[in-house]
Design a protein around this ligand. Structure first.
Ligand code: CTP
Length: 396
């Protein structure tokens, strides 16, 4: 999404300045053209020579040396990314003060999107002057990637830490996305349910939750308010954007209870979770012992009981205007089976994966999107994140 986009990375003087080197490298990796502007105090924290070593021209804060730099930079930028943005710079921007290269450039680019990544002491970040000014700037083509909570360099604890690089990249990409789901509430399920036989053993499948996480993140970028019901997704939780409300559940009954209540508040449901079709008829409250069996080669009989189909349960409470998007895992006759499921489960869309092709648990996916009118669209193999963005675009 950032391929060939022109990004002006502006660095102002916070202790977090050194992190902007990683940010620069990630922007380049994403294919962006990056120019760098460094304030006088930032140049004391990090040497512009770092960026020059990567072959970049660094614009320093000397308006008298090159009086028209701010105009050239404002014309270059598709986005002005001020990271870190200090208390001083944010408040100056809000007051319309333009006395440094960075504030001048922002002033010369009123119509360009500008992103602020504040990083400062928690008390300074909590200061109402700053809060009011951030709000004010958001009405003038600025957006904010808010800081994290943690220990500041000075030892104080609170909100003000420079966010993770991936969060900033996510914010930059969001600027390029149309806000087609603004005002919509999206519910996503991701991962695999576990059916427990006893407190230790369970039955499950290899679904990683990556597709559902991709859908949830793409929906945030499209402006939706997103809730994700996460089923046993382990440390993949770190890939979920922090604006997403996460509800963790483990088994079929936990999922059913929260899904049916959350669905009532939802405009669009993406049912990406791999739900167990069967659970154990009886669950032992204690660990089942092998003693009593006949030793190696002996058998153990366990009865399974079919679970309810949750999408069918959802269709019974579905109201006009609500959209339900299902997924199907097929190893053969993908389109035929997908059509059948779309009809049986009263879906608006179904994405059919051919799971015989190494898709479950992998980073990539491919398949067919079928809608209620029977139209079919084929999607070639690509990573789950970018496929998710395309599926979100289809909903629009
Ligand atoms: N699903 C559901 N409730 C279940 C099983 C599946 O809501 N008990 C949902 C899945 O989340 C998915 C869709 O139904 O969105 C299709 O799931 P899939 O496993 O492909 O199909 P099943 O309906 O379980 O049918 P089968 O396993 O026989 O192919």
């Amino acid at each position: 999404m950032l391929q060939n986009k022109n990004i002006l990375l502006c660095i102002t003087g916070s202790i977090a300045c050194y992190k902007s080197v990683d940010l620069y490298r990630k922007l380049k990796k994403e294919g962006a053209n990056v120019k760098i502007a460094v304030s006088a105090s930032a140049a004391k924290f990090i040497s512009p020579y770092i960026f020059e070593s990567f072959g970049e021209e660094v614009f320093e804060d000397d308006a008298f040396k090159s009086p028209l730099s701010h105009i050239a930079l404002s014309k270059f930028a598709d986005i002005i990314l001020i990271a870190p943005a200090t208390y001083n710079t944010i408040n100056k921007l809000a007051a319309g003060i333009a006395d440094t290269l960075i504030t001048l450039t922002a002033a010369a680019a009123p119509d360009k999107p500008k992103i602020l990544v504040p990083a400062m002491n928690p008390n300074m970040y909590a200061n109402k002057i700053l809060k009011e000014n951030l709000e004010k700037l958001c009405a003038f083509n600025f957006s904010v990637v808010s800081p994290e909570t943690g220990n500041a360099a000075c030892g104080d604890y609170g909100e003000g830490k420079f966010p993770e690089i991936d969060d900033i990249i996510f914010g930059v990409k969001s600027v390029f996305k149309k806000k087609t789901l603004k005002g919509k509430k999206v519910l996503v399920t991701a991962g695999a349910t576990r059916e427990y036989l006893d407190p230790v053993r369970f039955m499950s499948n290899g679904s990683s939750g990556k597709m559902g996480i991709g859908i949830a993140n793409a929906a945030v970028q499209a402006g939706a308010e997103v809730t994700l019901i996460a089923l046993n997704i382990g440390d993949r939780i770190k890939y979920i954007n922090r604006h997403i409300k996460i509800i963790n559940r483990t088994d079929f009954s936990g999922l059913k209870e929260v899904l049916l209540s959350e669905f009532k508040k939802t405009d669009i449901l993406f049912m990406a979770a791999a739900v167990s079709d069967y659970g154990f008829k009886e669950k032992s409250p204690v660990k089942i012992k092998k003693s009593g069996n006949k030793g190696a080669g002996g058998t153990l009989q366990i009865e399974l009981m079919q679970n309810e189909d949750l999408l069918k349960a959802v269709s019974k409470i579905k109201k006009i205007g609500q959209i339900v998007f299902g997924f199907a895992a097929e190893t053969d006759s993908a389109i035929e089976n997908g059509r059948k499921k779309l009809a049986e489960k009263s879906l608006d869309y179904i994405f059919v994966n051919d799971v015989s092709k190494d898709i479950i648990g992998g980073d990539e996916n491919e398949g067919f999107l079928i809608n209620k009118s029977g139209e079919i669209k084929s999607f070639k193999r690509e990573n789950k994140e970018s496929l998710a963005e395309k599926l979100i675009d289809e909903i629009n």
